[in-house]
Design a protein around this ligand. Structure first.
Ligand code: B12
Ligand code: SF4
Length: 437
């Protein structure tokens, strides 16, 4: 059995920004499982691949095409599956990943045979073994949805035991590591140490993943994984790396004991950062360089509206604790369709007053699979999947025209960039770095 693993290209403005590019870690997980089972496997990373997909199909002639992707890539995912089928009807196609997990219905379409909802690599291997041997698909394949004549059969889905996931084989990363960056850090590897989040902010998609159950990996496995990656920079993509303060402290101790001298980037909640100045100092000391924090809003009313369970005072304390170290905060802010001109202006003033260097602003976007999506689904003004990138209005602005909203949004984003630049942020030239390689 020959398996082609596909990550589609980035279909939106992110491809031009060039500020953050991550390794195709989800494909590397699949690759690892298939390697253990001795299948011939090829990774097609649409983000960088220059050869047409057709050429890859012709030269590799896969038996199975496995495709990952996010909501913005839904059409591309389906397109890749159909292209594989039109190349050779007997090729089996499977889709998986975060978007598929909570929106499987959208993939019950022509061209797709298997919809894989869980994170279990053992189940993925079991499925490929069954296909290889022409066996009936076992019910034990966690969360799988597959065709049976003109019906779809749905296996039960249970949260995965995260320690059962293999440590990803990084051959692909090591061969291409100069492609992956995070702001000024280059050769950045991605590491996942937990699934889901213990909180329940009403707009959040991440907390619903992994069966909605927070599940953390053993620290020894994580240290083993990081030690085996030949790079200085690690992006930890847990939804909240500070979900368990004691675990984070133990991580710092283990990094020290292992003598791991690397730079780390992680996501964290504002309240955890605000209440743990000592931990933040220790983390900065062992190499944490960026803390990405969803501050979201600057008023308690808005924070309550998002069910964030933080306050403006907590947000300020969080900023202060990070700014008291050598690390930087990357503040993730949100503006909703209810924003007024004053809200845009105040947000900038707040960022300036709090000396923020890296601040990103998203437009409130209800993601299919969340409760806020159900609440707003009749009011959506777009049906284009590509608009679910947090940079487009998918709800009608309530206090200005669409044109005015975009004007204020772009102007604010530009001003925040200028503010960061003035304080020494964005101090790198990615284009030049690329040419040098
Ligand atoms: C790192 C990250 C990025 C990186 C890119 C990473 C990448 N590989 O492309 C950056 C910062 C560039 C980015 C950008 C964006 N991202 Co992003 N990102 C993440 C983050 C934080 C972690 C993803 C990750 O690396 N996970 C680690 C891997 C190992 O886990 P996994 O993907 O779940 O994979 C496992 C399983 O799902 C399964 N699996 C995965 N794929 C497949 C395929 C098959 C066939 C099978 C069998 C199994 C399988 O196997 C893996 C091992 O168990 C997630 C948050 C989250 N909780 O997932 C958001 C997230 C995925 N991003 C999201 C979004 C919307 C975006 C953007 C569109 C917009 C934005 N403003 O962020 C852009 C566009 C990027 C694009 N590619 O088009 C959403 C997706 C929502 C959705 N329904 O699709 C998430 C969930 C965050 C959110 N706001 O809700 N992102
Ligand atoms: S803390 Fe972050 S990851 Fe957790 S539910 Fe809220 S927004 Fe989502």
């Amino acid at each position: 059995m020959k398996v082609l693993l596909v990550r589609p290209e980035v279909p939106n403005l992110f491809k031009y920004a060039n500020l953050i590019t991550s390794e195709p870690i989800e494909l590397e997980y699949l690759y690892t499982e298939l390697k253990i089972r001795k299948y011939e496997t090829l990774i097609f990373d649409g983000v960088f691949e220059e050869r047409p997909f057709r050429k890859i199909l012709e030269t590799f002639e896969p038996d199975l095409v496995a495709i990952t992707g996010y909501i913005t890539q839904e059409d591309l995912m389906i397109g890749y599956a159909r292209q594989a089928k039109s190349h050779n009807l007997s090729v089996a196609t499977i889709v998986g990943g975060v978007h598929v997990q909570l929106n499987p219905e959208r993939f019950k379409v022509m061209g797709i045979d298997y919809i894989f909802r869980s994170e279990s690599m053992e189940s993925f291997g079991t499925l490929v073994d069954a296909l290889e041997n022409g066996l009936t698909i076992p019910e034990s394949v966690n969360g799988l949805i597959h065709r049976c004549g003109d019906r779809w059969i749905e296996n039960v889905m249970v949260p995965v035991e995260i320690d059962k996931l293999p440590i990803p084989d990084r051959s692909y990363f090591h061969a291409h590591k100069n492609r992956y960056n995070y702001l000024d850090l280059t050769s950045v590897a991605t590491v996942k140490t937990s699934f889901s989040c213990q909180h329940n902010c009403n707009f959040c998609y991440c907390t619903k993943l992994g069966g909605g159950v927070y599940n953390a990996r053993s620290l020894d496995l994580i240290i083993e994984e990081i030690s085996g990656i030949d790079t200085d920079n690690i992006l930890i993509v847990d939804d909240d790396f500070l979900a368990e303060i004691e675990r984070a402290k133990a991580f710092v101790e283990k990094v020290r004991a292992a003598g791991l001298e690397k730079n780390y980037i992680c996501y964290a909640r504002a309240d955890a950062v605000a209440s743990s100045p000592g931990l933040i100092r220790d983390m900065a000391e062992v190499g944490f360089k960026y803390f990405i924090v969803g501050l979201e809003a600057i008023s308690d009313e808005d924070l309550r509206h998002y069910d964030k369970k933080t306050t403006e005072v907590i947000n300020r304390k969080c900023i202060e604790n990070i700014q008291n170290t050598d690390a930087q905060i990357i503040a993730l802010m949100m503006v909703s369709q209810m924003a007024t001109k004053k809200d845009f202006v105040e947000l900038y003033k707040w960022a300036e007053k709090n000396k923020l260097v890296y601040t990103t602003v998203s437009i409130f976007t209800p993601i299919p699979g969340t409760a806020v999506y159900e609440e707003h689904r009749n009011k959506l003004i777009s049906k284009k999947n590509g608009h679910w990138d947090f940079l487009h209005l998918v709800l009608e602005p309530e206090n200005m025209t669409r044109f005015q909203f975009y004007f204020h949004f772009i102007w604010l984003s530009y001003k925040l960039y200028r503010l960061g630049k003035k304080s020494g942020g964005f101090n790198f030239d990615r284009k030049r770095q690329k040419k040098k390689r």
